[in-house]
Design a protein. Sequence first.
Length: 306
Amino acid sequence: MDNGLFDELAAIAPTKRGEPLSRHTTFGIGGPADIFVTVRGAEALRRAVVAVRGAGAPLFVLGAGSNILVGDGGIRGVVIDNQAAHVRGPEERDGALIVTAESGTPFATLARSMSKRGFGGIEWAAGIPGTLGGACVYNAGAYDGCLADVLCAVTVLGADDRERRLEAGELQLAYRSSGFTRGALPGVVVLATELALRRDDPAALSARIADFDRRRLDAQPRGRNSGSTFKNPLPRQAWELIDAVGLRGERIGDAQFSEKHCNFIANLGAARARDVAALMREAQRRVRERFGIELENEVAYVGEGF
C-alpha cells in the first residue's frame, strides 16, 4: 500500500497497518486490514474518504462490526473505523423534535440516553449493537420499530466527494435493506443522521427498555455472534426453518447454530469465517430443498477468505 496514502491518513486520524479485524467485529472473526484508520468526527471521516478515493485505493467503512462476517483473509485497501459520535439536540424544527447524530454514534447508546432525558421514539433500539450509519444501510429494527419510522434525513458524502443532505425517502428503506444494499447508492457514505423524537415520560421509557432487555436476554444467546444470520422470509421465521431442518446446535469448527436461538451463529472461541460461511450455506441448502425457500443473508460477507 502506498506510503503517501498512509502518511496522509495518519495526518487526519490514528492509522495502523495490518490491524486484525477480529478485534473490531462482534463475531470476533476477521483477518487484517491493510490500513486501518480510526476517525472520531464527521469531518475526519469526510477527509479520510476523500483521501482514499483520491489515491484510488479500495475503501470499507466499518461501524460497530455487527451484522458482518469479515473473511479470514481480511480486507484489502483501507478500513475506516467510524467512531464519529457527536450528538446535537433534540431541537425544535417545524414542530418536530430533531436529534442530529453523527454516523458512528452507537444506536443503543443514543436510544438509552434520549430515553433518560424524556425523548421517545427510538427506545426499541436500546439493544441494537450497531451504529447509526449501519442502521441506515440495513434499516435496523427491533420490537416492531425500525429506523425508517424516525429517520428524517441524512448528510452524506457522495461518490463525487460532494456533501449533501438526502431526505429519508431517498434511501429507499425497506425490511432490513435500503438503496445501499440494493446498489442504488454507490459510493455514498453517511456522515450524520437526523431523527424525529417525541416527548415522553422517562420512567415509562425506562420501563419499556427494561422489558425489551428482559425479552432479549430470554430469547437471544449471549457471547460472540453477529445477530440474526438470515432475514425472516415473512410470514415465516428463519429460526423455525433452520430448526425444522435439524440444524439447531449444529457445529463446524468453533462455529455453531445456537441452541437457544438457531438464527444466531455463535463463535465458541476460535471460529473462522469459512466455518461460519459453511454453516450458512448448509442452512440455505437444506431449507431450499425442503421448503423451496431461499434464506437471504442478514449478515454480510466482507473481505477475502471464505
